[in-house]
Design a protein around this ligand. Sequence first.
Ligand code: FES
Length: 400
Amino acid sequence: MAQDTLEQLLIDRQRHIAAGATTPLPTQYPVNQLAAALHPETQYLKITKVVTHDATARSFYLAPDPTKGTQHLAYFQAGQYLSVRITIDGSVVTRPYAIRSAPQSALNDEYILTIKRVPQGFVTPYIFNHWRVGTTVTASAPMGTLTINPLRDQSHIVAIAGGSGITPFYAMASAILDGTEDADLTILYGSRDHHHILLGDELNAISTQTDRVHLVNVLSDEDYPGYETGFITADVIRRHLPAGPVSVFICGPDALYQFAQKELTAFNLPAGRIRHELSGNYGDPRQAPDYPDSPANASVQTFRLTVSVRGQTQTIPARADESVLTAMERAGIHAPSACRSGECGVCRARVVSGQLFVPNQDDHRRLADKTYGYVHTCLAFPLSDCELDVPVHALANQFG
Ligand code: FES
C-alpha cells in the first residue's frame, strides 16, 4: 500500500473516531436483560394473601419482594413449578409446588401456590404453621416440563391427577380459557369424596365457560351423582377418552402414577405420549418392579453414606427406603435439589463407591451420567454403604 494512501486511511480513521458518539458502550443488552427476567436464579417473594380451602389445603398468593431485589415475577408456562427453599430446624430443604394461577398472573406480578398439608410430612406442616401474609419466601425461577408443547404433544391433553396434582392442570385450564394455550384438556381427577375435591368449584366454573376443558371427578370412597366411582382405571379412561390422538399427562403422588401407568398399557400409547410429574417425593423404592429381589432387602436397612460437598466430608445414616437426598437433608447438609422427581438434574452427584438403586421407569439421567456413575440424589436409594461426591457445579445450579 502506498505511503500516502496509508496516511489518508489514518486521517480518516481519526476523523471517524472524533465524530463518533461519546456515550459509553452499553454494559447490558436487551436480550440479556430479557434472559435475566425470564430465568432469575432466585426470586424473592412475599405472601400477600392466604385462602383456606379446607383443613388440609390453602392457597398462598405471592408477589415480588423488591426490598430483596426482585422487582417483577418471571413469566412461566402453565404446568411449571417453583422450587421453594425453606430452612427447618437447621435443615435446608426444597419443595416443588406447581404454580396454579394462569401464566398471565405473572404479568401482574402474582403467583398462586395451592398446597395440601401432608399430615406426617416434614415441610407442609411447617408451611401451614408459619406462612402468613407478609412472610417472605425464597424460590427458584419457574421450572419443569409438564407443559403443553405443540411440537411434542398432541393438541388434546388427557390429564390424570390426584390430590394437589391438580394444580398444574388448573393452570392449564385457566390458560386455555384465557387463550394463552391452544389445546383441549380432559381432566380425570381422583379424590376420596366430593368434600375433598381441591379447587372443585373453581374448575367447574372454568369448564362451564369453555368447551375445551372437560372435568371428570373420580371418587374412590363415595357414590356421588354425576361423578365416577372408584379409581382412574382403564375403563374410566376409555369412557372419557376423546376421539383422535391424545397426550396423557399424570401428576399426583407416586402411587397414582404407578397405578395409572399400568392402566394406560391397555391403550398402547407411544412412550412419548405419556408424561408425568410427581407431587411429593418418590414413594417406597422397594415397590418398584426392578428393585433388587434379595432377602437382604426384605426389611428397611440403614447404611452409612459418606458425602463430600465443597471439600467437606461427612458420614451420615441413610435408610434404604429414602433417597440419599432426603438422608442429606435430614443430616442438615445443604444439598442441591429442585424437582425431586429425578428430572431436572440439579441434584446430580458422582458415586465414588457403593451400590444405589435408581428406578428404571423414572430414570431421566443422561447416558453419559449413567455410564460414568452419576446419580440424581432425589431418585437414588442406597443398597449398601456408599460414598458420594456432590460436584461444585451442581451446587452452583442451586438457587439462592
Ligand atoms: S432434584 Fe431434580 S433431578 Fe433431583
